[in-house]
Design a protein around this ligand. Structure first.
Ligand code: FES
Ligand SMILES: [Fe+2]
Length: 408
C-alpha cells in the first residue's frame, strides 16, 4: 500500500515535454503506486516456447518480488504458477530454468504435479483435502512463441495486438524461431530510466558508435526518408509489406495492451546488424531477400523486439526493486538454423551486447545524477518524443483511479 495523497501533487506538477521530477524515481510511495497500477498490471515477455520444449521443462520469471514458474505440462500445454508454496510460502523453484517430473518445495517437501495440483504433503491429516491447495495461477498468453505473463488476474486484453500484429508476425515467422542466446544485464537504477533510455535515440550517436554505423534513427527526417523510400522499393522482392502501427503503449484501444510495429532503413550496405553488414543467419520466416531494414515492435510497456531480416533481438525491462532493474535480452533465429553451420553466437550477439553494456553505463550514470540535490527536470529534444509520451502515459496511469485504468 502507499500514501496516495502524497503523490497527487507530484503527478499534477508533471509538465509534458520535460523529464520527470526526482521523486518519481526516489519516492517509495511512487514505486508502490507503480507496482499496483503499472508494473503488476501489464504483460511482459517471460520467455519463449523453445526454452521449454519437453514436459516438465520450466523457466522462472520475476517482476519485483513476484516470481512465476512457467512449465510445460504433461499434455504439452504451457501454464504459469506463482512460485509460492501453499504450505508456508517458500519459493518452490530456486533455479531460473530446469526440468522436473513434479514441482517439489525445498522447505518441507510438499509436491505439486505439472498442472500445479498438490500430490504429496507429508504428515497432514488423512481427511485433509489436498485439492484446496493447488498452486495459484498466473495470467499467461502465448503469441507467436513468445510467452507473456502478468501478475494480476484481470490484465489488459492482448486481442487487438494479436489481430494487428499477426500479419507481420507471420512474415517474420515468429512461430518458427528459437532462442539462440540470452543474457541478463542487471542495472543499478530505477526501472524507468532503463525503459526511457530504450525509447530515445538522442544518445545513440555519442554512446553507440557501432550501432550508429548501421542504424539511421539518429538521422534527420529528410536524410532518413531517402533511405526509407529505397528500402520500401525493395519490399516487394523481399516478401515484406508496408505496415506501420503506432509504436507506443499509450495508443492502444481501451482495455487493450499497447503494441506497435514499424520498419526503418539501415544505412546502405547493411543487410543486418552485423559488423560488416553481411548476413548473420538464414532469412527469417517468409522473407525472400534483404531489404536493408530493421523492424521495431512493442508488446506492452516493458517488451520490445528489433527484427533484422535474419535474426531478432527481444529486450525486456523489469524492476528488481525501486533502485534496481534488469534488461533481459534474447537473440532469436529460425528454429532450423544450426549453430556453427548457420550462425556464430559471438557474431550474432556482438552488436546488442556492446550496445546494452554501453546503455547500462549511461543508465547508471543517469541514476547517480537524478539522485543529486542539483537535479531538476530538463526539456526533451525532438528526438525524445517517444520517451516523452511514455512518461506522460506513466503519469496518467498513476493519476487514474483503479476503475479508470483505460488507455487513452
Ligand atoms: S513451505 Fe513449502 S512445504 Fe513448507
Ligand atoms: Fe542506447
Amino acid at each position: 500500500m502507499y500514501d496516495n495523497s502524497s503523490i497527487q501533487n507530484l503527478l499534477a506538477s508533471h509538465q509534458s515535454g520535460w523529464s520527470l521530477d526526482q521523486r518519481f524515481y526516489t519516492d517509495p510511495n511512487v514505486y508502490a503506486c507503480e507496482l499496483e497500477r503499472i508494473l503488476l498490471r501489464n504483460w511482459f515477455m517471460a520467455g519463449h516456447v523453445s526454452q521449454i520444449p519437453r514436459s516438465g521443462d520450466f523457466i522462472v520469471s520475476r517482476m519485483d518480488q513476484e516470481s512465476a514458474i512457467i512449465v510445460r505440462t504433461s499434455d504439452g500445454s504451457i501454464k504459469a504458477f506463482a512460485n509460492v508454496c501453499r504450505h508456508r510460502g517458500s519459493l518452490i523453484c530456486l533455479e531460473n530454468q530446469g526440468s522436473v517430473r513434479s514441482l517439489r518445495c525445498p522447505y518441507h517437501g510438499w509436491t505439486y504435479d505439472l498442472d500445479g495440483d498438490l500430490i504429496a504433503s507429508r504428515s497432514m491429516p488423512a481427511e485433509w483435502d489436498k485439492s484446496e491447495y493447488s498452486l495459484k495461477s498466473v495470467s499467461i498468453e502465448i503469441m507467436g512463441g513468445l510467452i507473456f505473463i502478468c501478475f494480476c488476474d484481470d490484465p489488459p486484453s492482448f486481442s487487438a495486438a494479436k489481430r494487428d500484429l499477426s500479419e507481420p508476425m507471420t512474415i517474420f515467422g515468429f512461430d518458427n524461431m528459437k532462442i539462440a542466446a540470452k543474457k541478463t544485464y542487471p542495472m543499478a537504477a530505477n526501472w524507468k530510466l532503463a525503459v526511457e533510455n530504450y525509447q530515445e535515440c538522442y544518445h545513440c550517436a555519442s554512446a553507440h558508435p557501432d550501432y550508429a554505423k548501421m542504424h539511421t534513427l539518429m538521422l534527420d527526417t529528410n536524410k532518413r526518408d531517402r533511405l526509407q523510400k529505397k528500402m520500401l522499393s525493395r519490399f516487394g522482392a523481399c516478401g515484406l509489406k508496408d505496415i506501420e502501427l503506432d509504436f507506443i503503449d499509450t495508443h492502444a484501444p481501451a482495455g487493450e495492451q499497447g503494441y506497435g510495429y514499424s520498419r526503418t532503413a539501415l544505412f546502405e550496405g547493411y543487410k543486418t546488424g552485423s559488423r560488416n553488414g553481411e548476413p548473420l543467419a538464414p532469412l527469417l520466416g517468409q522473407l525472400t531477400g534483404w531489404d536493408g531494414g530493421a523492424s521495431d515492435w512493442s508488446f506492452g510497456p516493458f517488451t520490445y523486439i528489433l527484427s533484422y531480416s535474419d535474426h531478432q533481438v527481444a529486450y525486456v525491462f523489469t524492476p528488481v526493486d525501486a533502485m534496481n532493474c534488469q534488461c533481459e535480452v534474447y537473440w532469436m533465429v529460425r528454429s532450423d538454423a544450426e549453430e556453427g553451420r548457420d550462425y556464430i553466437i559471438d557474431d550474432l550477439i556482438w552488436l546488442w551486447d556492446v550496445t546494452t553494456q554501453a546503455d547500462e553505463k549511461i543508465i547508471v550514470n543517469n541514476w547517480a545524477g537524478v539522485k543529486s540535490r542539483y537535479y531538476s527536470p530538463g526539456p526533451f529534444s525532438g528526438m525524445e518524443d517517444m520517451e516523452s509520451r511514455y512518461i506522460d502515459w506513466i503519469v496518467r496511469e498513476l493519476v487514474s483511479t483503479s476503475s479508470e485504468t483505460e488507455y487513452q
